[in-house]
Design a protein around this ligand. Structure first.
Ligand SMILES: NC(=O)c1ccc[n+]([C@@H]2O[C@H](COP(=O)([O-])OP(=O)(O)OC[C@H]3O[C@@H](n4cnc5c(N)ncnc54)[C@H](OP(=O)(O)O)[C@@H]3O)[C@@H](O)[C@H]2O)c1
Length: 340
């Protein structure tokens, strides 16, 4: 039986991977995060983790494309992350501890790692560059080296922020990168560190991630929509939201079909601005009492620069793994059904 380690298992994507694991008992699953775990690692491999709650909601990672109502509109959470799949099935592993990573991977005979851990606080990274680099660049290199030693593979998650956003058509994987933030630079360095240590790694760049778990833009806009009568949201940054459940399903498709090395792009289908995204969130949630105004990026300065256009071309991943990716608004509706 193949053993799969999911790091950062208490985050948005990590929790969605825990849900995928329930559907795939043919693998031995190990879930870890930086939080201390109440159970020893040896018993953390249940394919069917029981529902529970996470003591550690993920840090606010979404861009902050809204203003006028809250000093930090992207940091709120409807449920504070309390809807995590299970904390008791998650054991402790700090991926910045190279010795701990190596001994965990060896001790548990890990065959494949899905790295969902990252420094995702995009604005905070601007003043915390060393920590962001340690987590986003150095640590993925440790994971890649550890799994390379066992002849295994790593699935590393990266970001649309490796691009500067000056394109006008969707970004393919072969286009030059040019990150314009600390977060983007450290994630790109992570891609490079991973491929250097484990050339058979799969790197998936994604964008605008949300889920019912952790903190994200959708939850923040739900909260602000209920609290405020007016809200300004940026309309001149264009991308595509990604439901972490759809990304987790794509990762699972890669695992079951056989991980093909290389860089791939994944988001939901379609295109929108943060303004359009907010309007859809409010419309689907039945929020009618908040007027959403379009803002220019210049009207809402943030510490980290964001790409103005970061739509990802998903042709490669769709063809490789025979994926049919849902339209972003359909997936948003699915997520809201769980959140509301
Ligand atoms: N969120 C987005 O909009 C977005 C967009 C594009 C790409 N991505 C990428 O997608 C991936 C998943 O993102 P996400 O939103 O699911 O992230 P997330 O919710 O922030 O989860 C990251 C998890 O990693 C944990 N972690 C932090 N430091 C760690 C360490 N030293 N060792 C082990 N675990 C540690 C975090 O714990 P704490 O909460 O306790 O720190 C958290 O549980 C990341 O690679 C991210 O860069 C995200």
């Amino acid at each position: 039986m193949k053993t799969i380690l999911v790091t950062g298992a208490c985050g948005q994507l990590g929790n969605e991977m825990q849900l995928q694991a329930r559907l795939h008992p043919e693998y031995l699953w190990l879930f870890t995060d930086v939080v201390p775990a109440p159970v020893p690692a040896a018993s953390a491999s249940s394919p069917s983790p029981a529902p529970g709650s996470s003591p550690s909601p993920a840090p606010g990672s979404s861009p902050s494309p809204a203003s006028g109502s809250s000093p930090s509109p992207a940091s709120g959470s409807v449920d504070g992350g309390s809807s995590a799949v299970s904390s008791s099935a998650v054991s402790s592993l700090d991926i910045t501890d190279s010795a701990a990573v190596l001994s965990f991977v060896e001790e548990h005979s890990v065959d494949l790692i899905v790295n969902c851990a990252a420094y995702t606080a995009v604005d905070r990274a601007e003043s915390d560059a060393d920590r962001a680099a340690l987590l986003n660049a150095t640590a993925p290199g440790y994971l890649a080296a550890a799994i390379q030693g066992r002849g295994g593979q790593l699935v590393q998650i990266s970001t649309d922020y490796v691009f500067d956003g000056t394109a006008h058509t969707p970004y393919t994987e072969d286009l030059p990168t040019c990150p314009n933030s600390v977060y983007g630079r450290t994630k790109l360095a992570g891609e490079q560190a991973v491929l250097a240590a484990n050339p058979s790694a799969l790197i998936i760049r994604t964008a605008w991630l949300y889920s019912r778990f952790g903190n994200n833009f959708v939850k923040t806009m739900l909260r602000l929509g209920r609290e405020k009568t007016e809200l300004g949201v940026i309309f001149d940054q264009i991308g595509t939201p990604t439901y972490a459940r759809d990304l987790a399903a794509a990762i699972m498709a890669a695992i079951t079909q056989g991980v093909q090395p290389g860089v791939y792009h994944f988001s939901n289908e379609g295109v929108c601005s943060w303004y359009d995204f907010t309007k859809a969130i409010h419309r689907l949630a039945g929020i009618t009492t908040c007027h959403v105004r379009p803002l220019h990026t210049t009207e809402y300065p943030t510490p980290a620069a964001r790409p103005h256009y970061s739509v990802l071309d998903k042709t490669k991943i769709k063809q490789t793994y025979h994926l049919e990716i849902p339209y972003w608004e359909d997936s948003l509706r699915d997520c809201l059904q769980e959140l509301l």
